[in-house]
Ligand binder design. Structure first.
Ligand code: NAD
Length: 480
């Protein structure tokens, strides 16, 4: 029997357990491996009040932007230095393979360094006002206490695009980790402390949506909500924010199309499609989950894809050679199986996968799966699986490809594969999505805004402008 680990929450600069705790399950073994603090409404209130004090009374409120930037820079370096150990925890808690968690967390440090560098570049303005004897200047002040809420996948990354600009702008934050796999963020809190942020500037809690999430998003001292998660939860968040009228941004799900034209480099496109859907076992908001392939090469391309899908090494997520791990929860396994079943009953053909991989007795494993259909009116084309399932269809013309790509309520990411530069440009303009990748898939950077159209969300994260979303403008009128 392995020892069960315990984790603390981080409120007002102190680590402590919560009155209640919940079990965290290792998705590769289905065994409880850790006990996590379950933040109560009182804990949330304490965290928000600590953040409010830190922002308006503590040393944080008197720090220069350059000093804030230095702290962010230090935090970025600490994240990079501790990437391997945090990655090990994320892999344990979520089942994401160690190769992915190490690479992703290693890169997250650069987000903190980027926003650290921006902290003292935010400038006010002097207005050429149309009235005599009046000087009008604009000050961009921190917006207030930020409630940052993230899902369990890519937690360090999804936190960095909220905390980076929020702290650069001078806000204080209550970060709520997901109840599924919070270990990496609770460990990240130790780095916040080590970096030297004053108590209360960053608080890290975890707990369930109903008590913890609702208390946080309705709290009267919260002025800004930065949410990443599913569209269903987003509607709760928006309703909750009717209480405090907090400015809210939403990064939600996707059903991203990948369009492969006959003139594309098919082998390179196939590698991108496979990585686009099967990385993180398909549990990524930008997963390229709908494949649109030109009919003349469809059979050949699907043949290449199925061979690659069958060759994926599935197994222990902590092993460096593993290419795909389990999905995060038993609920996910059931949801994926039900959506595959419903899609097949509605006419989708199973190209490969569809079940549980052989030889793995325990763990939430799902085979890399490809479904094919000419009709888009199937659950597999409409609903986000959040699992390793690619739904493929064909097209004959560029107009048809555009129509099919845009036939979704979502609009987060998209991919286009073609050797034609002009077609690539036309597709970029015509696809309704916040991100278009041409002849590549999934690249991200702290400099590039990230966010969706339609049900994929509201607002953008990352990029220099995102710092503005954590400020409010004060107009100052001086009678000279
Ligand atoms: P989820 O919506 O179930 O949970 C997200 C977070 O919201 C969790 O921390 C949860 O505890 C909290 N929450 C739940 N109910 C709440 C409530 N009533 N009030 C406040 N908080 C509440 O999402 P999930 O299943 O953990 O994650 C998967 C979803 O996240 C997918 O739809 C995925 O596409 C999306 N996602 C989007 C992005 C993006 O950047 N666009 C990135 C990653 C994941």
């Amino acid at each position: 029997m392995t020892e069960i680990r315990t984790f603390d929450q981080y409120i007002d600069g102190a680590f402590s357990p919560a009155a209640q705790a919940f079990d965290s399950i290792d998705p590769s073994t289905e065994e409880v491996w850790a006990r996590m603090p379950q933040a109560s409404a009182d804990d949330v209130d304490r965290a928000v009040r600590a953040a409010h004090r830190a922002m308006y009374e503590g040393p944080w409120s008197r720090m220069t932007a350059t000093e804030r930037g230095r702290l962010l820079y230090r935090l970025g370096d600490l994240v990079t230095a501790h990437a391997a150990e945090i990655a090990e925890l994320e892999t344990r808690d979520t089942g994401k393979i160690i190769r992915e968690t190490r690479a992703q967390i290693g890169y997250v440090g650069s987000y903190y360094r980027y926003f650290g560098g921006l902290a003292d570049k935010l400038q006010g303005a002097v207005l050429p006002i149309d009235k005599p004897d009046l000087d009008v200047t604009l000050r961009h002040e921190p917006i207030g206490v930020v409630a940052a809420i993230v899902p369990w996948n890519s937690q360090l990354f999804l936190s960095a695009v909220k905390l980076g600009p929020a702290l650069a702008a001078g806000c204080a934050v209550v970060l709520k980790a997901s109840e599924e796999g919070p270990a990496p963020l609770l460990a990240f809190a130790r780095l916040v402390e080590e970096a030297g942020f004053p108590p209360g500037v960053v608080n890290v809690i975890t707990g369930f949506g109903e008590e913890c999430g609702r208390t946080l998003t309705t709290h009267p001292l919260v002025s800004r909500i930065a949410f990443t998660g599913g569209p269903h939860t987003a509607r709760h968040i928006v309703r909750n924010s009717a209480e405090n009228l907090a400015f809210t941004t939403l990064e939600l799900g996707g059903k991203s199309p990948v369009v492969v034209f006959a003139d594309a480099d098919l082998d390179s496109a196939a590698n991108a499609v496979v990585a686009g859907i099967f990385a993180a076992s398909g549990q990524s908001c930008t997963a390229g989950s709908r494949l649109l392939v030109e009919r003349s090469v469809a059979e050949r391309f699907l043949g290449i894809l199925s061979e690659k899908a069958k060759g994926i090494r599935i197994g222990d997520p902590q092993a460096m050679e593993t290419e795909m791990g389990p999905v995060a929860t038993a609920r996910q396994v059931a949801h994926i199986a039900a959506t595959i079943r419903a899609s097949r009953e509605a006419g989708a053909e199973l190209v490969t996968g569809g079940g549980r991989p052989e030889g793995l007795a325990h763990g939430f494993y799902v085979e890399p799966t490809i479904l094919l259909s000419q009709s888009a009116d199937l659950p597999c084309f409409r609903e986000e699986f959040f699992g390793p399932v690619l739904s493929a269809t064909t097209f004959d013309t560029e107009d048809e490809a555009v129509a099919k790509a845009n036939d979704t309520a979502f609009g987060l990411a998209s991919g286009v594969f073609t050797r034609s530069l002009s077609r690539g440009h036309r597709m970029v303009a015509r696809i309704h999505a916040g991100i278009v990748w041409v002849n590549t898939y999934r690249a991200v950077s702290p400099m590039a805004p990230f966010g969706g159209y339609g049900l994929s969300g509201l607002g953008r994260e990352a990029g220099a402008d995102s710092i503005r979303d954590y400020t409010r403008t004060k107009s100052v009128w001086i009678n000279t």
